[in-house]
Write a protein of this length. Structure first.
Length: 202
């Protein structure tokens, strides 16, 4: 499995392209249109077929390109954050950003295992940063959105946030057997066991 990271120009959010053989999924496709072009170039250069666009949560800095991929692959997001894709609940207005609305194709509950060609995705509902935050487990990797960062956690002071719930969600991740590389919504990768031993918040 390969993971390509694009660090976007929207609050430095991470946009991931995950591929296995000729199948690919996007996680938190965002940024300006140049990042849409970069993603398309990467898919084309590596002969990859886009199978899905997955969102860890619905804040503006993570969903900005959803409308451009709408006709290319199903857009997936948790039920409790789905409205953020097509209403102002994505909070972009608070930071001076306008996001084009789009309706999701797949509404998640958490607990699903999704099959996208050669890529299998386990969905874990991890509320706390938003009500509908999820983490995606693919192979030995966790794409944690704004739930878990290297030695940090997601902010909980925005609408739908809860400090108690995010701590509970991260503890649930710690219960996973084995170690995982963690790809967060912002910043550098880490590992699950490193965070279990060193994260000062949990």
């Amino acid at each position: 499995m390969r993971v390509k990271t694009l660090v976007t120009n929207l609050v430095g959010s991470n946009f991931y392209i995950v591929s296995e053989n000729n199948s690919a999924v996007l996680i938190d496709a965002s940024g300006s249109e140049k990042f849409y072009k970069k993603a398309q170039e990467y898919l084309n250069e590596n002969n990859l077929t886009l199978k899905a666009v997955l969102y860890t949560h619905g804040h503006f800095d993570h969903i900005a390109l959803a409308h451009l991929f709408k006709d290319s692959a199903p857009i997936c997001i948790h039920r409790l954050d789905a409205e953020m894709l097509y209403t102002k609940k994505h909070l972009g207005g608070l930071f001076g950003f306008d996001i084009s609305p789009v309706k999701p194709d797949v509404v998640l509950e958490g607990g699903e295992t999704l099959d996208f060609g050669d890529i299998k995705v386990q969905v874990i509902h991890t509320p706390g940063h938003t009500q509908g935050s999820v983490c995606y487990v693919i192979g030995d990797c966790i794409f944690s959105g704004d739930t878990l960062f290297r030695e940090d956690i997601g902010r909980t002071d925005l609408e739908g946030g809860s400090y108690e719930r995010i701590i509970k969600s991260i503890k649930r991740l710690y219960e996973l057997q084995g170690d995982y590389k963690v790809y967060p919504g912002h910043g550098e990768p880490t590992t699950l066991r490193y965070e279990q031993e060193n994260n000062p918040y949990v």
